[in-house]
Structure formats: C-alpha cells, structure tokens
Design a protein. Structure first.
Length: 305
C-alpha cells in the first residue's frame, strides 16, 4: 500500500452498504478501517478486503470513545469518515448512557466520534487530503420533529420507531450543517455531507413488522440492492470535487434533496450541537490543538462530571 494512501474509516461496515463501500475503497488502494458491532462479521469483511477492523457498539458511548482512541493511536490522519452505523429500533430502548437507543446510535454516537476524530481530519486537510465527513441520513427526516427539551422522544408515541428514526435522521442533517458552518468559519478545510442512500434491502429494520411484511410480500425485492445503495456513499467519499457546498444533503446522487423545514433552522442547528456536546461530555467548542492528547479520555472525563 502506498504511503500516500488515504485513510477511510467506515462505521456500520460489517454488512450491507457499509461493507460494499469498504470493499470499493480497499480496491481503490485506500487504507480502510472497517468498524462494526458484530466481531465475527466485522473481521470477516476486513479479512476479505485486506483491511483493518475495530469494534464498537453504539449503544455504549464508552465504546465510541475507545474507538476514537484506537483510530487516533493507529492513524495520524483520517481522510474520510463515513458515519454509516445506526438503524431503526422497533421497541423503545434506553441505553446504559440513559438515552433513547435510536437517537444515540443514529446521532449522538456519530456526533461524538466525529468530534473526537476532528484533529485527524484537520491533519488530512492540512496535508491536502480529502478531509471529508459523510453521514448516512434518510428521506425519513421529512417525518421527524426535533424538540431539544425532549431529544430522547420520551413524550412522543413510539409508533414502531419510525417517528424516532425520522427525528434522529433529521438530527444527522442538522448536525452536518452546523459542522460544515463551524468548519468553514474556523478554516479547518474539512467538508461534511449527509446522504439518503435510498430504500435498500439489507439487514436494516429487521425488527420492524412493516419491513418484515414488505420483505415477505415482495420476496425481498421492495428496495435496491446494497451495491446500488452504497453508490452515493462511494461517490461522496471519493477524492473528487462535490457538486454542492459543504453541509449539503444528498438524496442519493442528487444534491440539495428535500429536507424537513426544521433542517433549515440555524438556531436549531446550533442548539442541537450544544445539547449533543452536553450529552456526550464534550465542550461546545473545540480548542486549538496544543500537542499530543487523548480527546476520548477528555470526553470520558467530562462525561463523568
């Protein structure tokens, strides 16, 4: 592998569109870090494509902190971070961190990982690398509604988890927009995009009665294949100029797709950033790097206060 090979970190890469994207980047000569929750599947994907693998369960924020530490210990720079882990939870579940599992796995955990890996992303930008964050969102953001006073949705009807899922994906779009605004203001050179990969037939939503019925009635043909669904992730993670400004939401390959009205609210973007920082134990603003440090340990220390 070339010394100039990019480092591409892909979460949720043990199966589905994440695994397809990981294989593509490995075949392109990138240094790929396959991140998954299931040890056997994650290792199998990594071994098949000749990549490194790391484990993290997004139901535990300490796992995210440990993941960030492991990546920073092994890689001086990260050129692309594909936040693809997450999913639909059909039954309301509270994590060990005290948060709704849907919101934590789809937003809080990726928010935490992105913030902790920011120094490595900035080093990529400084060295002329891709320096890009890509987060999997969903067209379901259109049915979401974010209330900062009830981020876990404890006052809302569950309805099979779909409203919570849509709200968490709305949070992804809000976060990416705020991240892009801050990165531009601070001149970090790191770009960020969110993307709806389309309706894809993978392991997504396997606990959802609606998904199971759709799969049964269609013979598993109700959506696109993982290869088709991975195409937008691959395009956004490739070292090519983007047809939209940093912060844009892509509906598959089309930039500036339809998003909920709340997604345009800059006050809400800033408020979600601040609340997410509080819930994950991070300071609201990133301080300038002053030498070697362990941001994951700092986050854990803040969370314990």
């Amino acid at each position: 592998m070339s010394e100039n090979a990019r480092t591409v970190v892909i979460t949720g890469a043990s199966s589905g569109i994440g695994a397809v994207a990981a294989q593509h980047f490995a075949e392109q000569g990138d240094r790929v870090v396959v991140v998954g929750r299931n040890a056997e599947r994650t290792k199998a994907v990594a071994d098949r494509i000749g990549a490194e693998h790391l484990l993290a369960d997004y139901a535990r924020l300490d796992d995210v902190r440990a993941l960030a530490t492991a990546i920073l210990d092994r890689h001086e720079r990260v050129d692309v971070l594909l936040n693809n882990a997450g999913g639909l939870v059909s039954k309301r579940t509270i994590t060990v961190d005290g948060h709704d599992l849907t919101m934590q796995s789809n937003h809080l955990a990726p928010y935490l990982l992105t913030r902790l890996l920011l120094p490595a992303l900035e080093r990529s930008a400084q060295g002329g690398g891709t320096a890009r964050v890509v987060s999997t969102a969903s067209a379901a953001n259109l049915v979401g509604h974010l209330d900062l006073s009830d981020l876990d949705g404890s006052r809302k009807r569950w309805n099979g988890g779909w409203r919570a899922y849509g709200t968490s994906k709305l949070a992804v779009i809000l976060f990416i927009r705020e991240f892009a605004r801050r990165a531009a203001a601070e001149g970090t050179g790191v770009d960020a995009f969110s993307v709806h990969p389309g309706a894809v037939v993978t392991g997504f939503g396997r606990s959802s009665a609606f998904i199971r019925i759709a799969t049964t009635l269609s013979g598993g043909r109700w959506g696109a294949t993982a290869e088709v669904g991975a195409a937008p992730l691959i395009a956004l993670g490739s070292p090519t100029p983007m047809p939209a400004a940093s912060g844009a939401y892509f509906d598959r390959m089309r930039p500036n797709g339809r998003i909920a009205r709340q997604a345009h609210d800059e006050h809400l973007q800033r408020g979600l950033w601040a609340e997410s920082a509080r819930l994950t134990g991070l300071p609201e603003d990133d301080s300038p790097a002053s030498g070697p440090h362990d941001p994951a340990a700092e986050s854990a220390g803040q969370a314990g206060k």
